[in-house]
Design a protein around this ligand. Structure first.
Ligand SMILES: Cc1cc2nc3c(=O)[nH]c(=O)nc-3n(C[C@H](O)[C@H](O)[C@H](O)COP(=O)(O)OP(=O)(O)OC[C@H]3O[C@@H](n4cnc5c(N)ncnc54)[C@H](O)[C@@H]3O)c2cc1C
Length: 321
C-alpha cells in the first residue's frame, strides 16, 4: 500500500527534494573540480593516491582476502538501476580518483583518473578544440564505468565502443602491484578489461585517444514512417564509405521515428541555430519528435549541448516522473 502510494506520487519526492539536491550535488562537484585542478595541482597527487589504494589492497590480503574486492563507490552514485548488495566494509577499496591528469596533443592522448566523468572531459577538451571520438550522452557516466561496464554512442559506427578508444590502462591487481597494460605490454590484461566489471583489479588511470573537433554540430533530421524505412535509412547512413560523424535514431511508435545524422561544423556555417541545452528548451527527444510533422529539417547545435542532449531528460525517462 505504502509502496504503491510512493510510486504513484513519486513526483512529490522527486520535484521538491531530489531535483534541488541534485543541483547542489552538481555545484559541489563543479567547485571541487575547480579547487583541485586550479589550486591543489591534482595531477601531482595522483601517485600518492594510488599508493593509498595499494596499501588498502595489501590490508585486505593481510586480513585473509576472503571476499572479492570491489570499489567503495556508493550504488546511488552509479548510472545503473541495479541494487548492489555485495559491498561490505571488509571488501571495498576507496578509489578517490576524480581528476584529469594530462593532455598530450602531440600523441592525441588524454590521461585521466577513472572517476572522471564524461561531463568533466567535454568541458575540458572542447574549448581546446579536441574531443573524445566516443562521447556517451549522460554527463555523469564515469570513464571506469564506461570501460569496465560498457559505453556506446552515435559515433560508434566509426570508432567502436568506448573501450576501443582506450590506449593504456593502469591497474592495481590482486597482489597490490601497479600494472600498465597496453596493446603491446600485458596485452592479455588490456584486452580482458572491457566489460570485466572490476573483477581483474582496481583501475587507477587511463589514456584515451582524442580527435580534433569543431565547436558546432550540423544535425539533419530524417523522419521515417515504417520500421523498414527506419532500418534502411539507418543502415544507408552508417554504411556510407565516408559516413556522418553521428548517426542516431529514435522510434516513437512501430511506424514512426526520426533518424538523425550529424557532422562537426565551424562557426560560419550557422543556420537555424538551436541551443538545445538551455533549461527552457524542450527535452531533446520531444524536439526531435516534432520533425515527424515538419517533415525533416536541419539545425546547428553547440557541440557540448549536442553531446549531452539526453542528460536533462535521461533520454525519455524524465517523463516517467
Ligand atoms: C539510465 C541509464 C542511462 C544510460 N545511458 C548511457 C549512455 O548514454 N551511453 C552509454 O554508453 N551507456 C549508458 N548507460 C549504461 C552505462 O554506461 C553503464 O551502466 C556504465 O557501466 C555505468 O557507468 P558508471 O559510471 O555509473 O559505472 P559504475 O556502475 O560505477 O561501474 C561499472 C562497473 O565497473 C566497476 N568499477 C568502476 N570503477 C572501477 C575502478 N576504478 N576499478 C575497478 N572497478 C571499477 C564497478 O564496480 C561496476 O562493476 C546507461 C545506463 C542507465 C541505467
Amino acid at each position: 500500500m505504502l509502496t504503491d502510494l510512493l510510486v504513484r506520487y513519486r513526483w512529490l519526492f522527486v520535484v521538491p527534494v531530489i531535483l534541488p539536491l541534485s543541483v547542489l550535488f552538481d555545484l559541489y562537484w563543479a567547485i571541487r573540480n575547480w579547487y583541485y585542478r586550479g589550486l591543489k595541482n591534482a595531477p601531482e597527487r595522483h601517485t600518492e593516491r594510488v599508493r593509498d589504494i595499494q596499501a588498502q589492497v595489501r590490508q585486505w590480503r593481510a586480513a585473509g582476502g576472503r571476499r572479492p574486492l570491489c570499489t567503495a563507490r556508493k550504488s546511488w552514485m552509479n548510472v545503473s538501476v541495479r541494487v548492489v548488495r555485495y559491498k561490505r566494509r571488509d571488501n571495498t577499496i576507496r578509489v578517490d580518483l576524480y581528476d584529469i591528469l594530462a593532455i598530450d596533443t602531440g600523441r592525441a592522448i588524454i590521461r585521466v583518473e577513472p572517476g572522471v566523468t564524461i561531463g568533466q572531459i567535454t568541458c575540458y577538451l572542447i574549448p581546446r578544440g579536441w574531443t573524445l571520438p566516443v562521447v556517451p550522452e549522460l554527463d555523469d557516466l564515469t570513464v571506469s564505468g564506461l570501460i569496465l561496464g560498457v559505453g556506446i554512442e552515435g559515433s560508434s559506427h566509426k570508432y567502436g565502443l568506448f573501450a576501443d578508444i582506450v590506449e593504456a590502462c593502469e591497474v592495481v591487481i590482486g597482489d597490490a602491484t601497479l600494472v600498465r597494460a597496453t596493446r603491446e605490454v600485458h596485452a592479455d590484461l588490456f584486452h580482458a578489461l572491457p566489460c570485466s566489471y572490476g573483477a581483474l583489479g582496481i583501475l587507477v588511470a587511463v589514456e584515451l585517444r582524442i580527435i580534433l573537433c569543431k565547436p558546432w554540430v550540423r544535425l539533419r533530421y530524417h523522419p521515417v514512417y515504417s520500421l523498414n524505412e527506419a532500418c534502411e535509412v539507418f543502415a544507408r547512413e552508417v554504411c556510407r564509405p565516408d559516413p556522418p560523424e553521428f548517426v542516431e535514431g529514435i522510434l516513437y511508435a512501430r511506424d514512426s521515428g526520426v533518424i538523425m545524422t550529424g557532422d562537426f561544423a565551424a562557426g560560419q556555417e550557422h543556420a537555424n541555430v538551436n541551443a538545445i541545452g538551455w533549461w527552457f528548451k524542450p527535452w531533446f527527444y520531444k524536439h526531435c519528435g516534432s520533425f515527424l510533422e515538419q517533415g525533416g529539417g536541419e539545425e546547428s547545435i553547440p557541440l557540448r549541448q549536442y553531446y549531452h542532449r539526453h542528460t536533462r531528460s535521461i533520454f525519455w525517462e524524465g517523463e516517467l516522473i
